[in-house]
Design a protein around this ligand. Sequence first.
Ligand SMILES: Cc1cc2nc3c(=O)[nH]c(=O)nc-3n(C[C@H](O)[C@H](O)[C@H](O)COP(=O)(O)O)c2cc1C
Length: 201
Amino acid sequence: MEDVSGDVTTLGGVHELISGRWSARGYDDQATITAAEVATILDAGRWAPTWGRIQPVRFIVGLRGDDTFDRLAKALSRGNIGWAPRASALVLVCTTNDVEDAKAQTYGAVDLGLAVSQMLIQSEALGYNAHPMAGFDVSAVTEDFALPVDKRALLVVAVGRLADSASLPPEIVERDARPRTRLGLDEVAFTGTWGRAFGTG
Ligand SMILES: Cc1cc2nc3c(=O)[nH]c(=O)nc-3n(C[C@H](O)[C@H](O)[C@H](O)COP(=O)(O)O)c2cc1C
């Protein structure tokens, strides 16, 4: 297992917007984000590739202090409600809900993942941290925001600025300081047959 915390050199040639990205919790609850910056982050998601050019992904955007933000925050799970409302924006991300077409259902989720991934990187490029969350009450947001039957809510993305740790509850500081790890490349990338590591040398 590879520990990448605080040492992006272990990521070799990976672009710093990718190696520097992480899912923080210690957001500055005074920091704001402009609607134009959020629009740029959404544009990054909107321009992700989609299966069959269907473009199934939709967003519901709340900026801290507005009604949409409060309603999204209220729907967060217990594990997320303690930190995510400190973010500057919460974005609900929805995709295809075509229960009769397994392919559409599968690739709708892929499309959403690609869009969110680009949003995380674009947030990083703008100096924000972005944290995806599956922990929220899907039925509550479906009803509250009147989602159509052919759409399903899959993620909420928190976007915020990192706070000075002195201003944060200790449990959030401790959580953010935990080492980040990944399986090694030799454990996940194969050649020839399953399990034979793809080597670089
Ligand atoms: C589909 C998905 C759902 C996630 N849901 C949550 C969540 O509800 N709460 C949370 O704190 N983190 C959530 N995360 C963030 C992951 O825990 C995080 O990406 C993972 O621990 C790796 O850490 P890193 O993003 O800092 O590299 C989610 C990530 C993904 C991709």
